[in-house]
Structure formats: C-alpha cells, structure tokens
Unconditional design. Structure first.
Length: 285
C-alpha cells in the first residue's frame, strides 16, 4: 500500500522489510530511536527460582547478542546502550554496553549449580515484537536455558502485568519494552516498584523502594539526582533487569508526502515515534 501510494505512513517496518524500503527511491525510511528493551525475571526474589542467583541473571546478560538483535530487528539503526531507562529523560543514566561472553556465562551457570542449564516455562515478549523474543530464546540455548515463546495480544499482556506474580507461574522471562517521557521515576514507578501499575508484586526490592520513597520526599535536586542514580546503578549491577537494546522504531514515508528528510514528518522523535501534528505534514502538489 505504501509503495502504491495508498498509504502515506507505515509504522513499525519489521526487520525483514527494512532493506525493501531502503532500496525504493520513492520511499523514505524514518528510523526513530525510541523505546528501550530489557529482560525481567518474575519472582526472582523467591530462593527456589533459578533467577534468584545473581550469577544466573548475569549469565543471561552475557549470553545475549545485542548487536545481532539490533541488526536484525532495527537494521542496526537502534542503539545498544546499557540502561533499561532511556538516558534522554530527567536523571536517566548513560551506562556502558554490557559485554557478550558465552564462555564466562557458562562458567557462571556452572558455579550456580546449573551446569546442564534448566527449563523456562515461557519467554514472553511485549506484543507484537515476537521475532526479537525468538532471538533471545535461541541465544539462551547456548548456555542451557531452554524456553518456549509465548505470544499474546497486547491487552492481555498488559492485564497480566497488572495482575502480578499469579499471572506468571513457574519459571518465566518477560522481554519488556517501553518509551516513557519526562523522568526516570516514571519508569521505576510503573515497571519496577512493588505495587507499580505494571509491576504489581512481580518485582519487589524493598531496599530500592525505600530509597525511591526518599527520592519522592526530597525537594533537593542534588539529593534526588544522587538517589536516582544510586537506584539505577543497583538495578544494573545486580541484573535485576537485563537491558537488551534501545530499538529504532522504524517507520516509512510514502511518495505523496513532501519531505526533504524524515525528521520533517517526525519532528517529535525525541518523545515519540509517531508522526504529529498531522496538520503540519505537507503533501506534494
């Protein structure tokens, strides 16, 4: 439809179609660097969970080929960054890229008592980004973590997130993603804090929640920034969440639109991957 001029904008060009858009002189690719993606381990606080052991969570991080995921899913136009919170929001921290080292990952699995790996009931990616979940399933097999991909509609996924641990029984991995504006606190409060809208009781680290309460109570910018960075650092150093990459939400612009560059249609790329205001988009005569 885009090629025929029946549609003017296409959102979320999948990785396998990126070159098709690139190679069509009538179309324009709009690779908006947008949301961050990460892995989380529901109920890792339970000593009976294999993910209770920090070494296992670190092994997962070491087994992930982030560059390959970025290349396949975003044509290499995303950003392999180290934080699960975007660094373009208030107090969001830049963090070094996590390394890939399968040999070290295997050694950590062995130290943790999982030399033969273990089974994960489901790995569930945020809908409808199923192919990137399949890549993680495949990469984790290299260290003996065997899983199946679970797909579901977006509304069901969000409802189950809000439902907490009872909705994620057994051993589970969620591949989550978000693009939240304004402040790092919006990310933490929604996706990490115990009782958060999308966290419920799936993630509960009481020491960090106590520090977050201090952050909310403080009116001193220096103290707030220090607490924000301390909390983010502890999440990353303990692999409570394992960042994967910040994807390029790859969109495409059709031949009817008059634009010299893709930013003419997506001037709000810092805050959203969607084009607006529509009234400002010019068509060719």
């Amino acid at each position: 439809m885009l090629e025929r001029g029946e549609a003017d904008i296409m959102y979320f060009v999948p990785g396998e179609l990126i070159d098709r858009v690139k190679n069509n002189p009538k179309l324009m690719l709009a690779p908006v660097v947008s949301g961050s993606w990460w892995l989380e381990f529901p109920g890792f606080q339970d000593p009976k969970s294999p993910f209770h052991d920090k070494r296992v969570r670190e092994a997962v991080s070491l087994a992930i080929d982030r560059e390959a995921i970025n290349d396949a899913e975003s044509g290499g136009m995303g950003r392999v960054s180290g934080n699960w919170i975007n660094d373009d929001v208030q107090y969001g921290m830049a963090w070094p890229k996590f390394p890939r080292d399968v040999a070290k990952a295997k050694a950590l699995m062995n130290e943790a008592g999982y030399s033969n790996g273990f089974n994960v009931d489901w790995l569930t990616p945020a809908p409808n980004y199923y192919s990137r979940g399949e890549r993680v399933v495949s990469q984790l097999q290299s260290i003996g973590i065997r899983s199946k991909l679970q797909v579901m509609e977006r509304a069901v996924f969000l409802k189950r997130q809000q439902g907490g641990l009872k909705e994620w029984p057994g051993v589970q991995i969620i591949m989550n993603g978000a693009r939240i504006g304004a402040s790092w606190a919006n990310w933490y409060e929604s996706n990490f804090k115990c009782g958060g809208q999308l966290a419920a009781d799936r993630v509960c680290v009481s020491d960090l929640d106590t520090k977050f309460d201090r952050y909310l109570a403080s009116d001193q910018p220096a103290e707030r920034k220090a607490l924000a960075e301390q909390i983010q650092r502890e999440i990353l150093e303990n692999y409570y969440f394992v960042p994967v990459f910040r994807h390029a939400f790859v969109n495409a612009i059709g031949p009817r639109i008059a634009a010299q560059k893709w930013q003419d249609v997506f001037p709000t790329a810092i805050t959203t991957g969607y084009a607006y205001p529509w009234e400002d988009i010019q068509l060719k005569n």
